[in-house]
Design a protein around this ligand. Structure first.
Ligand SMILES: [Cu+2]
Length: 494
């Protein structure tokens, strides 16, 4: 799908061209690099152009935004684990850009975050990146620049695309594989906050004394800051009903790879009369594949789930939120031979709980070599008098004067004890690593590995990770309006 738009220049040209690495030490076979030009005569495996463009979400809804290769989502990059790939990235815009390889274990100069030291893609310039994709599973790429008040930039734009890294040996136990990238378009600022609670367990856990000590000095006198609203919603860049339906046959097992590429929103999906067997979260196979009637994904989360097609008809695979679904967040699923209007039925109430996919028997706890407490607080409307300002351990990340990184020793196992002293849910992302969920609220757990975890309001979550990537690693809330206003911290592994 969409691969026609990738300039895949492999084969004879590459084979006859100058050997990779000729004259550049940085391109020695073991090196992973980001360099400001393509080596002459050596073709890239993939070429991506970041440029302004328009997409037709529906025949009546054409949106101007910034895109990869003129399309949304950007082209699917199907990579092989451990097999080096060369990607040329051209920035055909007037602004510096960053392309972040979300979920991969890459060096800080390739990962795609200026805070870690990745060089910017200069306006009307390009970079060649050479890297070894890993780990296997569903990843994605997306822009990683600060947007602030500019709703044409950052993840408010159409800059996201799927990556699938194939394992050396992949069973492929399904009949069809379908990638679904969820994204809203036409963002605007609003004071409406439409969060619905869907996470469990979600006991209030942060001790009140702790909240009082960290309390917003403006609390009670200031209104909450601006949030985001959207005018259109789409799956794979098409409003519900505007694109081709997913065509299935009775008895098929369909693998859905779902990416929430939203700048700020949690998304849900249900398919009436069917269940999702979740086999991987954020591209990592889960310890216990379990069937659920609804998928929930925070910003940047991915779910891989198998749906058994045993309920012939024409259905809406759509978001539970009526406004989002009727505004386009859905796609039609059509069985061969079935006719009629697509049917939507709201599922019964369902709470999302990562522990459904955890090891049925708790693994013997492994003691981390260090525990790092990270407490998240907010000052209402404290940034420019209109945006909430976010703090990690009392420090709001300042892009002009980044705070000192938290030092880690390479190869050691650390526990992050995440405390959310705000009422908002946050999708928290650690770059360049995976982590294991070890505690959600009061419940110990094991066997669920991820790179984004949603934390409910006033809750604690613990995750363990091994600091095996030297250099700077970014940790942040994946909601653009939170990360842009302080919700970031850096680790440095030495
Ligand atoms: Cu957040």
């Amino acid at each position: 799908m969409k691969r026609r738009d990738v300039l895949k220049l492999a084969g004879a040209l590459a084979a006859s061209a100058t050997p990779i690495g000729a004259g550049t030490a940085a391109m020695s076979p073991s090196a992973e690099t980001s360099m400001p030009a393509a080596a002459p005569g050596v073709a890239a495996d993939y070429t991506l152009h970041i440029a302004p463009g328009t997409i037709e979400l529906d025949k009546n809804v054409v949106v101007s935004t910034t895109l990869y290769n003129g399309q949304f989502p950007g082209p699917l990059l199907r990579l092989k684990e451990g097999q080096r790939v060369t990607v040329d990235i051209h920035n055909d815009t007037d602004h510096p850009e960053q392309l972040h390889w979300h979920g991969q274990y890459l060096p800080a100069n390739v990962d795609g975050a200026a805070e870690e030291g990745t060089p910017y893609l200069p306006p009307h310039g390009m970079r060649r990146e050479v890297f070894t994709p890993r780990p296997a599973g569903l990843r994605f790429y997306h822009t990683h620049v600060r947007a602030g008040e500019d709703l044409s930039r950052g993840l408010y734009a159409g800059l996201a695309g799927p990556v699938y890294i194939e394992a050396q040996h992949e069973a492929g136990d399904y009949d069809q594989e379908i990638f679904l990238t969820l994204k809203e378009f036409e963002p605007y600022f609003t004071h409406m906050d439409t969060d619905v609670p869907f996470l469990t367990p979600a006991e209030v856990e942060i001790p009140l004394v702790n909240i009082a000590a960290q309390a917003d000095p403006n609390a009670g006198s200031m209104a909450p800051g601006l949030e985001l609203g959207y005018r259109s919603w789409a799956i794979n860049g098409k409003i519900l009903g505007a694109g081709e339906p997913l065509r299935v046959k009775q008895g098929q097992r369909v693998m859905l790879h779902v990416i929430n590429a939203s700048a700020t929103e949690n998304r849900s999906l249900a398919l009436p009369g069917h269940t999702f067997k979740v086999v991987a979260l954020d591209g990592y196979p889960v310890a216990h594949p379990a069937k659920v009637p609804v998928l929930w994904l925070g910003s940047a989360e991915r779910v891989s789930a198998i749906v058994e097609m045993h309920n012939p008809g024409v259905w809406v695979l759509g978001d539970l939120d009526d406004e989002a679904r009727s505004g386009g967040m859905g796609i039609v699923v059509e069985y061969a031979g079935a006719k009629g209007k697509p049917v939507w039925k709201a599922p019964a109430d369902f709470q999302w709980d990562y522990r459904r996919f955890a090891s049925p028997t708790l693994a013997a706890p492994v003691q981390p070599e260090g525990t790092i407490n990270l407490l998240f607080t907010v000052n209402l409307s404290a940034a420019d008098g209109k945006f909430n300002r976010w703090f990690i351990n009392g420090v709001a990340f300042d892009h002009h004067a980044p705070p000192a990184p938290i030092r880690l020793k390479r190869g050691r196992r650390y526990r992050l004890r995440l405390g959310n002293a705000s009422g908002d849910m946050h999708p928290l992302h650690l770059h360049r690593h995976r982590f294991e969920l070890t505690r959600i609220g009061k419940q110990a757990t094991s066997g669920v590995f991820k790179d984004v975890v949603m934390i409910a309001g006033f809750q604690t979550v613990e995750v363990d990770f091994v600091a095996d990537q030297p250099g700077l690693t970014l940790f942040h809330c994946h909601m653009q309006v939170h990360m842009d206003y302080g919700f970031m911290a850096l680790f440095e592994t030495v």
